[in-house]
Design a protein. Structure first.
Length: 132
C-alpha cells in the first residue's frame, strides 16, 4: 500500500525505555532507524492553597482550600498546623476532601503544612499566617 504520510499512535503504559523501529521502503531502497523514548512517573501537583482571608485575629477561623492535580488515581490531602507554642496538630487527615477549617485560639505565627498524594507520588507545601 502506498502511503505518503504515515503515523502511529502508541500509549506508553509503563515506566521504562521504549525503542521504536521505523522502516521505510520505496520498492527499491530501504531505510531504517530506531528512536528511543524513556517514560517516567509524573508527580502529583499542588496548584494552589487558598485561605478565606488575608489577615487574621485571635478567635478567627481560617478556612483552607487545596487544589491539586494527580499524576494517577485520586488526590488526597492532609493538613497539619504548627501552633505558636510549637505544638503540631492534625487539622485534617488524608482524604479526598480538599478543604478544612481551624480556629485560631492564640496570637502568633501558625504554619500550615498541606500534603497531597495520589496513587503513586506525594508532595507538600507550607503556608504561614500571623495572628494578631
Amino acid at each position: 500500500k502506498d502511503v505518503e504520510n504515515a503515523s502511529v499512535n502508541y500509549t506508553l503504559s509503563q515506566v521504562g525505555t521504549y525503542n521504536f523501529s521505523v522502516v521505510v521502503t520505496d520498492g527499491v531502497d530501504t531505510v531504517s532507524d530506531v528512536k528511543e523514548f524513556v517514560t517516567t512517573i509524573g508527580k502529583v501537583k499542588i496548584n494552589s492553597v487558598k485561605l478565606n482571608k488575608t489577615s487574621f485575629k485571635k478567635g478567627n477561623t481560617v478556612k483552607i482550600k487545596v487544589s491539586a492535580t494527580p499524576s494517577t488515581g485520586k488526590v488526597k490531602s492532609k493538613i497539619v498546623v504548627k501552633t505558636p507554642n510549637g505544638a503540631k496538630k492534625i487539622v485534617k487527615g488524608y482524604s479526598t476532601k480538599m478543604s478544612a477549617s481551624y480556629k485560631l485560639k492564640k496570637k502568633g505565627m501558625y504554619k500550615f503544612t498541606v500534603s497531597v498524594k495520589d496513587g503513586k507520588t506525594s508532595t507538600s507545601t507550607t503556608k504561614s499566617i500571623e495572628v494578631k
